[in-house]
Unconditional design. Structure first.
Length: 103
């Protein structure tokens, strides 16, 4: 029987535990040495701040509407955004029904 340690490096996956940003369930991600992964859907890094402060700057929203631009105050924390397959598939189905996704 082949043991895991005898497999070539490229076949070995590292397991990391993440949390789904939508439902909060734990997701077990398998990351392979070539950078590919299975078990979840990664959307990149998001930034969260403690609070926002309104500035005097405005932006044009069209139709004569303007909105004040806010700037982050306090500590900014970065985190990875992951979704489990169930939440990802539900959102995909919903977007497809609304016609937001054409394929
Ligand atoms: Zn989820």
């Amino acid at each position: 029987m082949t043991k895991i340690k005898d497999l070539p490096r490229v076949d070995r996956a590292r397991e990391i535990k993440k949390q789904c940003a939508v439902c909060g369930n734990d997701i077990l991600i398998k990351v392979f040495p070539n950078g590919k992964y299975t078990g979840g859907n990664y959307f990149g890094v998001t930034e969260k701040t403690e609070s926002y402060r309104e500035t005097s700057e405005t932006m044009d929203l069209g139709d004569g509407l303007k909105a004040h631009i806010a700037e982050p105050i306090g500590k900014i924390t970065k985190s990875e955004y992951w979704e489990c397959s169930k939440c990802y598939n539900e959102a995909y189905k919903e977007a497809k029904q609304k016609g937001e996704i054409k394929y």
